[in-house]
Design a binder for this molecule. Structure first.
Ligand code: CA
Length: 243
């Protein structure tokens, strides 16, 4: 069974090269040259992964990400998104992560590098699904189910990206323990071979998103606390009565 990758990219040459490399790597590839067609394909075909160009005619990459993330279908809300961007500025990258992409690749990129990222992401998603029945974690009103990869807060479903889920899962398995950004990078398995401090800032972006989705922001937000000079830790909510 081969997995389906959806590529949304308006530049024909880049699209064709990506299609070729991904097919050669054994994936089924669907592609679209504009945002509207691409989003419709994602909704119909529910691909295993989406390679999404940021600048697109019609709907751009941000808007597509926003719509997928707010979908009521968990397969779309948690769809792994690799964003392609022509902008190298660090701020743009951070904003990209805040928009809910799981990973990003800056143009020009090597198609082999993209295939490597796709393969790593899918392997990771697969191990997560095949890990078998794992413990459901409950802290007060926060409930994480690793088997179904769902988070509920006071019975409301919280939609997280794949990376945000992995981070929260890690935090919740080690309540109270402070982690450095470098340690958390291991959890997200982002390739930090370049400038480490830049990558560490992507952790800040992920944590910021998590806090927002869990209903708190700022230094002393609930659940994830900033540990000055270290990084972050998960603080279980105070529970009244029986936990
Ligand atoms: Ca483009």
């Amino acid at each position: 069974m081969s997995m389906t990758i959806l590529v949304i990219e308006d530049e024909p040459q880049i699209r064709k090269v990506m299609e070729g490399y991904l097919r050669q790597a054994g994936y089924q590839v669907l592609s679209a040259a504009d945002g509207v067609t691409g989003l419709a394909l994602a909704q119909q075909e529910k691909p295993a992964l989406l390679v999404l160009d940021l600048m697109l005619p019609g709907l751009d990459g941000w808007e597509i990400t926003r719509r997928l993330r707010s979908s009521s279908d968990p397969a779309l809300a948690s769809l792994y998104i690799i964003m392609l961007t022509a902008r190298v500025e660090e701020t743009e990258r951070i904003v990209g992560l805040e928009m809910g992409a799981d990973d990003y690749v800056t143009k020009p990129f090597s198609p082999r590098e993209l295939v490597a990222r796709v393969r790593a992401a899918l392997r990771r998603l697969e191990t997560q699904t095949n890990r078998g029945p794992v413990q459901v974690l409950v802290f007060g009103k926060l409930r994480l189910d690793p088997t179904y990869r769902t988070i509920r807060l006071a019975d409301e479903v919280v939609e997280l990206t794949s990376t945000e889920f992995d981070l929260l899962h890690y935090f919740m398995r080690h309540p109270g323990r402070p982690f450095t950004r470098a340690e958390l990078l291991d959890v997200t398995q982002e390739d930090a071979s370049g400038d480490l401090s830049a990558y560490e800032r992507t952790i800040d972006a992920h944590v910021k998103n998590l806090r927002q989705k869990l209903g708190g922001a700022g230094r002393h937000s609930r659940f994830i606390e900033t540990v000055h000079g270290v990084g972050y830790r998960f603080v279980p909510p105070m529970t009244s009565g029986a936990a």
